[in-house]
Design a protein around this ligand. Structure first.
Ligand code: NAD
Length: 497
């Protein structure tokens, strides 16, 4: 039977959106009735009035989370019981996939095909994987003297505050809540004010799955009004933050100024992608390089925004990159064939255009794009943009643009490539393209980044840690290492004789 094609525009028209907060298992407005208007970047249509949570709402959510943690309604379940509930939660994401994907696309602007095949699937996979893992993690007995038993156990940390960005809203939320919930914590999740809609549905679905009321709370709102009180809260034990480096620094300060809560920050990037002349297949390298910077409209923290190419192949490689651009032209995000959607809002589009202007002003050579697209829609689109003759001290090479802008930098030697690659305040990801196995290892070792790809850029799996060196943050999302952030290590001494 042929697939029935979904009319996403019709679905969007009939979609009912509930913008109220989710606290203590109940949808509710902000206590003071504050709301803000949430618009779609696709065409600037209004989507919903969303609760604009304030300190009083944060306090209520934290109190609910604390009560739920203290009475052990979730933490006290066996790991196997938590696992089964987490798997039901993951299944519910999949059975509600079309609605969640549509909300994500309308709210954030990414292509519906990406929301369907990547964001919702990966979010569900994160919940499922940490659920599956949690009854397979063992604690330790230390090798102490015969008359003692020393147990080293991991316990849930308590109340976790999770603050997430807008670029992969449901996925970033699940990278936090999956290991936090699997470990037995209660969570207060603050989504970005720019894309709160799927996070709110996570609250509803968690309850349906059987996660007890109060264990997961979702408080939409602005950074300073809802995020700051959460980060400053004296009864939050850990803040798991993903966002910009600037706000990450504030989060660390707030943790120190309040109760010294654990503060884990996954921050920005300006990742180098190094192509040596001995790269075996320049077509594959060009396709992966373009695909990784232009995917998600360039709004990916690990996007390879600095392309370092050995000078002897640069002109050939640049032509190959330009040939890839036709695959990433902005189009209607609700059309399943679209590969590039809208930037998240007008402010983000203006930022990107400002960076493009600075690239031109500082002498980089604009080879493609550089302008707003689809202006007739009322939405916020920018064409895939390529600058050549970039030097690493230009603003477009130094600062995170978070848009579809690629900077090409030539180099002559391996040493120079490593130096340029590491000459950044960030250290999230990097790549090396070479046929020489020794060079691949040596360069990968010397790149100061949390993830290094060799002859690829887009490998990804929930089994591996994700996070950065330097000002790209601390701590890691994904993999069993993520459990370390949401647990305390306890030593229990038992005297035997
Ligand atoms: P942002 O820092 O502006 O906001 C992130 C979150 O913090 C939002 O929920 C926001 O409301 C909140 N916030 C803002 N100001 C706050 C304050 N004073 N106190 C408390 N909370 C506050 O980032 P963004 O623009 O939403 O996201 C883009 C950034 O996220 C980029 O820098 C990107 O690289 C980064 N990012 C990093 C990763 C990673 O894993 N390292 C993943 C995705 C995105």
């Amino acid at each position: 039977m042929a697939d029935i094609k979904i009319d996403w525009h019709a679905r969007a028209k009939s979609l009912k959106i509930d913008g109220r907060a989710f606290i203590g298992g109940v949808r509710m407005p902000a206590a003071g009735g504050q709301t803000y208007e949430c618009f779609s970047p696709i065409d600037n249509r209004k989507l919903a009035d969303v609760a604009s949570c304030q300190e009083v709402d944060v306090n209520l959510a934290v109190a609910c989370a604390r009560i739920a943690f203290n009475d052990r309604r979730w933490a006290g379940l066996s790991p196997r019981e938590r696992k089964q509930t987490m798997i039901r939660f993951a299944d519910l994401l999949i059975s509600n996939k079309e609605e969640l994907a549509l909300l994500e696309t309308l709210d954030m602007g990414k292509p519906i095909s990406a929301s369907l095949s990547v964001d919702v699937n990966s979010a569900a996979n994160s919940l499922r994987w940490f659920g599956e893992a949690i009854d397979k993690v063992y604690d330790e007995i230390a090798p102490t003297a015969d008359h003692t038993l020393a147990m080293i156990t991991r316990e849930p940390i308590g109340v976790v505050g999770a603050i997430v960005p807008w670029n992969y809203p449901i996925l970033m939320a699940c990278w936090k809540i999956a290991p936090a919930l699997a470990s037995g914590n209660s969570v207060v999740l603050k989504p970005s004010e720019k894309s709160p809609l799927t996070a709110l549905r996570l609250g509803d679905l968690a309850l349906v799955a059987g996660i007890p009321a109060g264990v997961l709370n979702v408080i939409p709102g602005f950074g300073e009004q809802a995020g700051t009180p959460l980060a400053m809260h004296m009864d939050v034990d850990c803040i798991a933050f993903t966002g910009s480096t600037g706000v990450g620094k504030k989060i660390q300060i707030m943790a120190g100024q309040s109760n010294l809560k654990r503060a884990w920050c996954e921050l920005g990037g300006k990742s180098p992608n190094i192509v040596f002349a001995d790269c075996k297949d320049l077509d594959i390298a060009a396709a992966a390089s373009a695909g990784s910077i232009f995917y998600n409209q360039g709004e990916s923290c690990n996007a390879p925004s600095r392309l370092l190419v050995e000078r002897s192949i640069k002109d050939v490689f640049v032509q190959k990159i330009l040939a890839e651009l036709s695959k990433y032209q902005p189009a209607d995000p609700l059309d399943e064939s679209t590969t590039m959607g809208a930037l998240v809002d007008c402010g983000q589009m203006q930022n990107v255009l400002k960076y493009i202007a600075s690239g031109k002003a500082q002498g980089a050579k604009l080879l493609a794009g550089g302008e707003q697209a689809r202006t007739e829609t009322g939405g916020f689109y920018v064409s895939p943009t390529v600058f050549d003759n970039v030097t690493n001290d230009m603003t477009i090479a130094a600062e995170e643009i978070f848009g579809p802008v690629l900077s090409i930098i030539a180099f002559d030697t391996e040493e120079e490539a490593i130096k340029i690659a590491n000459d950044t305040e960030y250290g999230l990801a990097a790549a090396v393209w070479t046929q020489d196995i020794s060079r691949a290892h040596l360069v990968a070792k010397r790149l100061r980044a949390g993830t290094v790809h060799v002859n690829s850029y887009d490998e990804d799996d929930i089994t591996v840690p994700f996070g950065g060196y330097k000002q790209s943050g601390n701590g890691r999302d994904k993999s069993l290492h993520a459990l370390e952030k949401y647990t305390e290590l306890k030593t229990t001494w038992i005297r035997l004789k």
